[in-house]
Ligand binder design. Structure first.
Ligand SMILES: NC(=O)C1=CN([C@@H]2O[C@H](COP(=O)(O)OP(=O)(O)OC[C@H]3O[C@@H](n4cnc5c(N)ncnc54)[C@H](O)[C@@H]3O)[C@@H](O)[C@H]2O)C=CC1
Ligand SMILES: CC(=O)C(=O)O
Length: 309
């Protein structure tokens, strides 16, 4: 009886092995993805230390972890996660990072040329929507292959709040934060569903202060950064889920930063994610107020991206 050799593990590069990059690597290992995880950082000593530390956890999975030989090797990976960049200081907005992170993104993309034409680039560094635009332009990859974690993390925060209010599991809450992974985010309340029923029909939501809930969700990152300097566990779990959907062609729907032809920019909306990247966005029905807030988010994103065309 002949047996087929196992396919080689997917290569997942993580550029920036600081708090977020190393936590994404840990989440990939814990999710037991069959992957060779390749860490890259301008601080090679730090990357080496993280790789050594993470390698102590790989016994639970079929992943392996090591440091990149060079930037060209990173460019040939199947999935390239970019977390390299400055992070917010307490009270600082994500949008304020653009000048610093634009230059870092430029050097990262330039350094890994020529890029594998089938690579999927997942942008995590902030501001995500703007950096997706920049990374796509500089890499020359098709738009569906360059996307960002977007409002996935904000939506996870929202779903947790809603799940606690209704005493249901988070996976049964279908409600999204959309627009921008930043201060212009909005909750698509009118499209929210739990067990197929409109979220706003539940008794707990009839007189709920929706603006307050949305504000708490949007401020959660600020509170975490104020208390401990950075956020990383939530985004680690989010990015591992995105990588899994690409590797297994799961076609799960995630609220991610993807190019929206209607808006003519990268913006966070629910989209189907498979092994060719973003397959298509899901048209979320928004009420008039939500639509106006979404248009504001698009306007704000475009006002910044047009400086980087
Ligand atoms: N999209 C999201 O939901 C989230 C995004 N973030 C963002 O992720 C980014 C990283 O955050 P942390 O990991 O906490 O910061 P960190 O400071 O711990 O790590 C950043 C790493 O990037 C590296 N780096 C800087 N320039 C580089 C270059 N040219 N090439 C390779 N590596 C380079 C640094 O040496 C450092 O190790 C920030 O922009 C932060 O705002 C953080 C949490 C959630
Ligand atoms: C830092 C950040 O973007 C977040 O935790 O949402």
């Amino acid at each position: 009886m002949s047996t087929m050799p196992a396919p080689p593990p997917a290569k997942i590069a993580i550029i920036g092995s600081g708090a977020v990059g190393s936590t994404i690597a840990f989440s990939l290992i814990m999710n037991r993805l069959p992957a060779e995880i390749i860490l890259s950082d301008i601080d090679t000593r730090r990357a080496g230390g993280e790789a050594l530390d993470l390698s102590d956890a790989t016994f639970v999975s079929s992943s392996s972890v090591r440091v990149a030989k060079n930037q060209q090797e990173v460019g040939q990976c199947d999935i390239i996660v970019i977390t390299a960049g400055a992070k917010q200081k307490p009270g600082e907005s994500r949008a304020n990072l653009i000048d610093r992170n634009y230059h870092i993104m430029q050097s990262v993309i330039k350094g890994m040329q020529p890029i594998n034409p089938n690579a999927k680039i997942i942008i995590v560094a902030n501001p995500v929507e703007i950096l997706c635009h920049i990374a796509q332009k500089l890499s020359g990859l098709p738009r569906n292959q360059v996307f960002g974690s977007g409002t996935f993390l904000d939506s996870a925060r929202l779903r947790l709040s809603v799940a606690e209010m209704l005493n249901v599991h988070e996976s049964s809450v279908h409600c999204y934060v959309v627009g921008e992974h930043g201060d212009n985010q909005l909750v698509a309340w009118s499209a929210g569903r739990v067990g197929g029923a409109p979220l706003l029909n539940f008794d707990q939501f009839k007189n709920a202060d929706l603006a307050h809930i949305a504000h708490e969700v949007a401020r959660k990152a600020y509170e975490i950064i104020d208390r401990k300097g950075a956020t990383y566990y939530g985004i680690g779990a989010c990015v591992a889920s995105l990588a899994e959907s690409v590797l297994y062609h799961s076609r799960r729907v995630f609220p991610i930063s993807c190019y929206n032809p209607e808006s003519e920019c990268y913006v966070s909306v629910p989209a189907v994610l498979g092994n060719d990247g973003v397959q298509h966005a899901v048209q979320l029905p928004l009420d008039d107020k939500e639509k106006a807030a979404f248009d504001e988010a698009v306007k704000s994103i475009k006002s910044i991206t047009e400086k980087y065309n």
